[in-house]
Design a protein around this ligand. Structure first.
Ligand code: PRP
Ligand code: URA
Length: 209
């Protein structure tokens, strides 16, 4: 069964308040999403396995650690997931980046896939699927389907804000995928927007309407 983690770190919660605020403009919104993504990457990598190494310092030999285990892959769901990539890459610069392009049909709210490009060594990587919003969950479920269809074995999902409906559907469809959030909100409205949420993440990031 998927585990759900809501990061309660004060810096994440503080910045999320400004991200939610409707008076925050595009430039500041983009910067804040980038910063929070980096802080979430710091938390999400807490359980990465380490291996023992020795290193020569200018003064002697130190017993030290390096990250071991699978290499990481980030998969932003286009468009809005793009806003979180650079913040995560600052923490995990060696990660490869795949892309899954999906948009939510405004009438049916069902995801429509228009682009997929993943690193070639899909089976060997641990993937983090990234999207600021987990609303009905359709986009996340479809993006994870897309990765699994191409051979991905290990996947985590990282979102800023989720609705309970989205969390439940991901848990049902992909019980092997753990979910990492900055906030779990109250509900969806009749248009499939997260309440209170932060509005349309893609539009706020890219200044569109
Ligand atoms: C938004 C958001 C998610 C999706 C979440 O994307 O970035 O991908 O909606 O909704 P869901 O959980 O109900 O599927 P949108 O479809 O607006 O596309 P965009 O990022 O290109 O604006
Ligand atoms: N997509 C968004 O960008 N915001 C929502 O609240 C729901 C879906």
């Amino acid at each position: 069964m998927s585990k759900v983690f809501v990061f309660d770190h004060p810096l994440i919660q503080h910045k999320l308040t400004y991200i939610r605020d409707k008076s925050t403009g595009t430039k500041e919104f983009r910067e804040l999403v980038d910063e929070v993504a980096g802080l979430m990457a710091f938390e999400i990598t807490r359980d990465l396995p380490l291996k023992d190494v020795t290193v020569e310092t200018p003064v002697g030999q130190a017993n030290s650690k390096l990250i071991a285990g699978k290499k990481l892959g980030l998969v932003p769901i286009l468009r809005a997931g793009l806003g979180m990539v650079d913040g995560i890459l600052r923490m995990i610069p060696a990660a490869k980046v795949g892309h899954v392009g999906l948009y939510r049909d405004p009438e049916t709210l069902k995801p429509v896939e228009y682009y997929v490009k993943l690193p070639t060594d899909v089976e060997e990587r641990e993937f983090i699927v990234i999207d600021p919003m987990l609303a009905t969950g359709g986009s996340a479920v479809e993006a994870i389907n897309s990765l699994k269809k191409r051979g991905a074995k290990s996947i985590k999902l990282m979102c800023l804000v989720a609705a309970p409906e989205g969390v439940e559907i991901v848990k049902e469809e992909h019980p092997d995928v753990d979910i990492y959030l900055a906030a779990l909100d109250e509900k969806l409205n009749e248009k499939g927007y997260i309440v209170p949420g932060l509005g349309d993440a893609g539009d706020r990031l890219f200044g569109t309407k």
